[in-house]
Ligand binder design. Sequence first.
Ligand code: TRP
Length: 342
Amino acid sequence: MKRIFSGVQPTGNLHLGNYLGAIKNFVALQDDYDCIYCVVDMHAITMWQDPAALRANTREVAAAYLAAGIDPKRCIIFNQSQVGAHAQLAWIFNCVARLGWLNRMTQFKDKAGKNREKASVGLYAYPNLMAADILAYKATHVPVGEDQKQHLELARDIAQKFNNDFGVELFPILEPLILGPAARVMSLRDGSKKMSKSEPSDMSRINMTDEADDIAKKIRKATSDPDLLPGPEALDEGGAVSEEARRARPEAYNLLGIYAALADKPVGDVMTEFAGTQFSRFKAALTDLAVATLGPMGREMKRLTEDPASVDAVLRDGAERARAIAEPVMREVYDTVGFLRP
Ligand code: TRP
């Protein structure tokens, strides 16, 4: 079976964007692929993390994976720092990737901002570690959001250069599984900005552990516009929301997209259902749907958070199974590079 690898950073405040943008897709993929889902704690520390918070957030992401329905028997759930291959292969990739390649990474430029000189070396080398995550398992399919596409192209370049430099066919060519625009969840306050954990107002996002009244309040107060909801005639020929339509009514299309993703329906169906209705009625329906889907999941996450030993046991079992896959790959890498085997 084809192997999937993906990861979520344990940086706190998991929200609807993380769920619909990543985790919900991970759940669906487990039926068709051999899946490895990682909590990428080594990526998290490319920016400062409080150690106690990092521990709690690592368990929180694992709890979210489990509560969302990822089966820890069929899939591997683990945290990155427990498997040494990630760091080992990342170092080798630091020596394969070129400075020029990393200099083109837009996420580094965004995250480092003006204060580039003060960014950690880890933040700069981040994409090499990501390539190592995937290739240590020879994974071929990587579900990620649009924002990670450039990193995956780099991972492909690294795999190709490694194979070329050493005259081997050790690493496979990987395929991004770019998750659709339904996965693009925007702020409830400003439909032109991504929903984000770092946005100061908690009203801008629905957290995975929010209670029903918080969910209801946030949706009720979500920014809307003065018009009635658009019908399916507003879609383009392919049945998608055009960029132009989205730009004209970002909040309306964000809420419609959230509804469609939570209901597992094409956005056109949702638009047919609510064409010409007022936001108040649509928001009430969205609240019911969000509470019905997120409520039980949030409660399960909280239950797991109160039982850290059970989460740690899942992570430990996952790490052991991950090691069993990565170690033979690392032996091949050692032989290829000319390192003596341990
Ligand atoms: N960089 C990814 C993100 O921030 C997380 C990640 C780390 C990842 N390693 C990965 C995703 C490997 C896919 C595959 O979303």
